[in-house]
Design a protein around this ligand. Structure first.
Ligand code: SAM
Length: 304
């Protein structure tokens, strides 16, 4: 999504070291390798083993010019040398492959195990959260990450249902949510937002994004660019606030609100390339309705 826009905004050209923190099926990585011919190198990662397999196959013709690692982008700065990257890309959220594979448990439209882990190697699944977290904590997740109005009612219904039989499948959870919040003719399934909220909690997506953004600033060479594609408002706000803070010419004392008299002046660490987010074109929206919530923001690290 926003493929042409992000490759252009990163100003990918011959040479350079490019970092793709979310290679997925390899679409953006492929475009970066094409545009950085000759001599460009790509280091890419994804936390999902299926993604690494798919990207390895798709990028095979660029052998020798790229490296792929299965890891969380929050740790990229431990792999890529500080100050070395020409551009860094994060295309956040889930891939179509993840959503369309019932066994991964992301979809409420297909019955599957209630899993939702992007990195399936360990850590709690969505079922673990749903079956063990206090109702108040589940309600907080639905409310804070999904803006779910009926968050408390859904959480209480989960608590009472799981007492007789723990939740194991996406279908049973989606069915319960639909019972608590009947559709009443609405197009959007009532489980959409609660499922997204659970996914964010299972994968610690906001915590990892915060680390990933800070890591990108360490990896970038002076003049290098960071492009972030987000899919929901919390992620977009995080990317926007982070970029604005990097572009400011002051810090606030730790823990203090922004009071002009208390500001500590410093040089800006970056400039904003996009003041407003770049949105998908009409053609992309036509071809792929899922792209409607995608937004691209870009910043450029200042020279030393
Ligand atoms: C929207 S898809 C990326 C699609 C990709 N740009 C392409 O062209 O095919 C998002 C991918 O990011 C991965 N991902 C999300 N958060 C991640 C993180 N914190 N660390 C590593 N990979 C992550 C997911 O596993 C998924 O494969």
């Amino acid at each position: 999504m926003l493929l042409k826009e992000s490759v252009e905004a990163l100003r990918v050209g011959p040479g350079g070291l490019w970092v793709d923190g979310t290679c997925g099926g390899g679409g953006h990585s492929e475009a970066i390798l094409e545009a950085s011919r000759p001599g460009g190198t790509l280091w890419a990662c994804d936390q999902d083993g299926d993604a690494i397999e798919a990207a390895t196959a798709r990028l095979a013709r660029f052998a020798g010019r790229f490296e792929l690692r299965r890891m969380n982008f929050s740790g990229l700065a431990g792999w890529v040398k500080a100050g070395s990257a020409t551009g860094v890309l994060y295309d956040l959220g889930v891939s179509s492959h993840q959503i369309n594979t019932a066994a991964r448990g992301f979809s409420f439209q297909m019955d599957g195990p209630l899993d939702m882990r992007m990195d399936g190697r360990g850590g709690p699944t969505a079922a673990d959260l749903v079956n063990t977290w206090p109702a108040a904590e589940l309600a907080r997740v639905f409310w804070e990450y999904g803006d779910v109005r009926e968050s408390r009612r859904i959480a209480r219904a989960i608590e009472s249902e799981r007492a007789s039989r723990p939740f194991e499948t996406t279908g049973r959870l989606a069915g319960l949510i639909e019972k608590v919040c009947p559709r009443r003719g609405q197009k959007k399934h009532p489980a959409t937002a609660p499922f997204m909220a659970l996914r964010i909690a299972v994968n610690l997506e906001l915590e990892r994004l915060e680390e990933g953004l800070a890591g990108a600033m360490r990896m970038l060479a002076p003049g290098g660019r960071l492009a972030v594609i987000t899919f929901h408002s919390i992620e977009d706000r995080m990317a926007k606030d982070f970029m604005r803070a990097e572009a400011r010419d002051y810090d606030n004392p730790a823990g203090e609100p922004d009071v002009p008299e208390l500001r500590i002046p410093r040089k800006p660490r970056a400039v904003l390339v996009t003041r407003r987010p770049v949105l998908p074109s009409a053609e992309e929206l036509d071809a792929n309705p899922r792209s409607r919530s995608a937004q691209l923001r870009v910043l450029e690290k200042t020279g030393d």
